[in-house]
Each structure stands twice: as C-alpha cells, then as structure tokens.
Design a protein around this ligand. Structure first.
Ligand code: CP
Length: 307
C-alpha cells in the first residue's frame, strides 16, 4: 500500500492483514522498526484524536514526527499545499498525514508525490477518513466477533460526514448485512453510495434489531449558521438517549468517532454507559494506525515479522 486515501485504496485482504497486525501489536510492540524515518502531520483543520494517535503510533515505531499546523505555518503567507509538500519532501519526509477541508487534497499530493513518499488521508472535507473507518471496524470486530452479517445504524449528520462515507464503504466491504442511515432529510447522505443501505428519517424506527449504532455530531464547520438546528429540538429527535438505546436491546454497542457534543447527539449516560465502545475506539486507533504505517513503510515479507 503506497498511500491510504480512501477505502478504495484497500481491499478486504489488506484490511484483514491490517487487523491481524493490529492484534499482534496489541500483544507485543516491535522494537522501533521504522527508526529514523520522518513523518509529518500536516493539518489544515483542527484535530485531537487523529493527530495525537498518528503521532503516538509513529513514535512507538521509532519515527521522527513533525507537526505542521496550517494556522502557524507559511500557508498563512500564501504558500500552496503542493509547494508546502515539495518543500517537506526536499527535507526527506517520507510519510505525510494530511487533514484538509478540501475534498481531493490528498489526491493532489499523490499526483505529484515522489516514489518514496507515502500519504495517509487524515480527513479531506466530506470525502473520506479511512483510518477512522478502519479503527471503527476493528472495534466492531472486537466487540461483535465479526462485522459480516451485522446490522449497523449510522445516525446524525451524514451529509457532511467523511466518517460516514468511509464507514459505509468499509462496512459493505466487510459484509455487513445492513447499514441503516438515519438522519433528518436535510442531513441525509447524497448521492446515496452503493451497498446494502436503508434510509430512515425517524431515528426510533432505525434502532430495533441493530447490533451497533454509530453516532455522528453535527458538522457545524461545514454548515451555514442558518441551517444549524437548535440543540434541544435536535436532541429530542436525534439524540441517542438511554430510552432510545433500549429499543435495540442491551447487546447493541454504541460508537462515536468524537469529538462528542453531549446532550446534542448523545446523552452522557449512553456515552459513559456499559454499551459504549467510544474509549475502545480511541485506544485501538493508535494500534490500527501503527499497522497502516508498517504496511506502507516496511517491505512485505518483513511486515509479518515486525508485527
Ligand atoms: N475522530 C476524529 O477525527 O477526531 P479528531 O477531529 O479529534 O481528530
């Protein structure tokens, strides 16, 4: 795998290899197999989980990590993404983790990347967030045994969510029986991607029979203020409360990619409750990203040994 841009960069064999590598990394950490390789977190949008998990993953593998935040870089003086990238390549950076508000930004870098450079998409606009989908699927697999045959609800602001798009693609690749897309009509995903998808405009109807519910926040940074719903009315119709979760039964698991807005899309009692996998998602996210880095930067025969 040269780059990880979206779920189309993967096939099911690669995903299984990444999950097996993640399993092994959780049991035993390799001894700095990527010692001396330089990675940059190139972030043009805010982040806590993804940026820190990528940095931690890279450091656990022995890499040098440099963080570049666009707000305090020469981007503010007018430098383009491509020029920034070329300058960092000239310094010998091998791995670029890019978060950018514009859809397609990682593709732009792939088109001009030198042979030895690798790009991980850490989120581009509403398009894709593949490492989030990988860690979500890994978390589901750990909790449910497997993703194949399961019914998963994704609820909330689907339209503006790259996490939803990457999850839909990966859940379909892994054989989920049904992915239910529950959202207010103005937040429903369009155009509808391919797969075993069922649309719901009423949250309560989407929940019975679900094996897991993935909640999404309202992506306020991608919506005009005029279209942002009132928190209280949104919570009444679209908040995952204990009462709503009880429609699914006590084996149903709850996921959220974060950041969470308590009392808007999810109740604190659900987030902190026994059915929540949210902290497991964060925990596994470091190992999954280590597996991705090893897959990209270690020669194939060695990956098995390093993992
Ligand atoms: N899930 C996620 O992408 O969180 P951050 O925006 O904090 O990285």
């Amino acid at each position: 795998m040269q780059h990880l841009i979206d779920i189309a960069s993967l096939n099911s064999a690669t995903v299984m290899r990444l999950f097996a590598c993640t399993d092994r990394l959780r049991k035993q950490m390799p001894l700095r197999p990527l010692e001396g390789i330089a990675m940059v977190n190139l972030f043009y949008e805010a982040s806590t989980r993804t940026r820190v998990a990528l940095e931690l993953a890279a450091k656990q593998l022995g890499m040098h990590v440099i963080n570049v935040q666009s707000q305090v870089s020469s981007v503010t003086k007018g430098e383009s993404l491509a020029d920034t990238f070329h300058n960092l390549c000239a310094m010998g950076i091998r791995l670029f983790c890019l978060r950018h508000p514009q859809v397609g930004s990682p593709h732009q870098l792939v088109e001009v990347a030198p042979a030895g450079a690798h790009i991980i998409n850490a989120g581009d606009g509403v398009h894709a967030h593949p490492t989030q989908a990988l860690l979500d699927a890994y978390t589901l697999r750990e909790a449910l045994g497997e993703v194949a045959g399961k019914t998963i609800v994704i609820a909330g602001d689907l339209r503006h969510s790259r996490v939803a798009r990457s999850n839909i693609a990966l859940l379909n690749m892994l054989g989920a029986a049904e992915v239910r897309l529950a959202a207010p009509p103005e937040m429903q995903i369009r155009p509808m991607p391919p797969g075993n998808l069922v649309e719901f405009d009423d949250f309560d109807s989407a929940i019975p029979g679900a094996d897991a519910i993935m909640m999404l926040r309202i992506q306020k940074e991608r919506i005009s203020e005029l279209e942002i719903p009132d928190n209280n009315s949104y919570y009444r119709r679209w908040g995952l409360t204990e009462d709503r979760l009880s429609l699914a039964g006590e084996d149903c698991r709850v996921l959220h990619p974060g950041p969470v807005n308590r009392g808007v899309e999810i109740a604190s009692e659900v987030l902190n409750g026994p059915q929540s996998l949210v902290m497991q998602q964060v925990y596994y996210g470091v190992f999954v990203r280590m597996a991705v880095m090893l897959e990209m930067l270690v020669e194939q025969p060695t990956v098995e040994q390093e993992c």
